[in-house]
Design a protein around this ligand. Sequence first.
Ligand code: BG6
Length: 364
Amino acid sequence: LKGHDHHMHKEIHEQPASLQMTLRGRVNAADRKFVLGGLTSLERQLPNVERALLFGCGSAWHAALIGEYMLEELASLPTSVEYASELRYRNPLIERGTLAVGVSQSGETADTLAALREVQTRGATTVGVVNAVGSSVARETDAGVYLHVGPEIGVASTKAFLGQVVVLAMLAGYMGRRRHLSDDRLIEFLEGLEALPDKVKEALETEQQMKELAYALCDREHWLYLGRGVNFPAALEGALKLKEVSYIHAEGLPAAEMKHGPIAMIDKGMPVVVLAPKDGVYSKVLSNIEEVRSRGARVIVVTSADDPELDQLAHDVVRVPETHSLLSPVVTSIPLQLLAYHAALAKGRDVDKPRNLAKSVTVE
Ligand code: BG6
């Protein structure tokens, strides 16, 4: 464990290096290109791709939701995301030109594998976004991009989740390059990706603050996580991490949906974690923070903004570095992983092997 008490802690701290491996040889801002060797066999089919369908389970499904924003924004590709378990038992309509992307750390999740086989029989071109080399999903897809983050032992996914987000980002840029993405936007995105490992390293410096918050608040039974845009799925993932390893009830929501119901739950001191990087929806998120604060919530804000108004509004401000706006979930996720880890320890949980969970679920 090399100086770490748990695999989860080791894997959280490995992320600057593991993302470097994910990006290595694949992203080149100087040459303005993505090199995704695993997709070369699809070169002739890619011009016919008209839509993308992403699927997976758990954290992989959250990564796919982030991928949806990226594919739409960078590649102008209409994209939908499905739970693998739901996709397989419906009558999925696979139109011509569908690129189906299965996202899975293990490559062995039964629901994901079954969904893959289903869309394949219906004529989709399939791509695997997988960590485990030679796994079933990797073998059965037409093409793929490995995460290359190394083995993940902790049951709750951390480095594989961020690896999936980064691979989907590269896929979006790769498709964008073949479609409408301008050179300027392409270069900006490539540079954003290249800068990520250092930004993740900086975000890990929030650990002491997250540990103190975890110990101070771990007796609260219900937590909310809010975000907008790409940070909405990051909020879902933050809530899932807390549930998985600490068994505290948490829910992730799009920040603006609060007022349509969930705000009724807020009472004095309820922890609400808000993801508010400085991006196009920042001022909207500020209004959402006001809404929950005025109802008594204990507001913890993860942000890259240096804003006195925010300092006034939030009880705790957790600072992460600024990134390309589409890539911000990669840094906002770091303090949420640390919060979940320390909350689990504060509650005396078996953080690497949470009750009732398995690393890879090979039953339906
Ligand atoms: C689970 C794990 O049940 O499977 C999650 O507990 C994981 O952490 C999910 O995200 C999907 O696994 P995989 O291997 O398909 O990414």
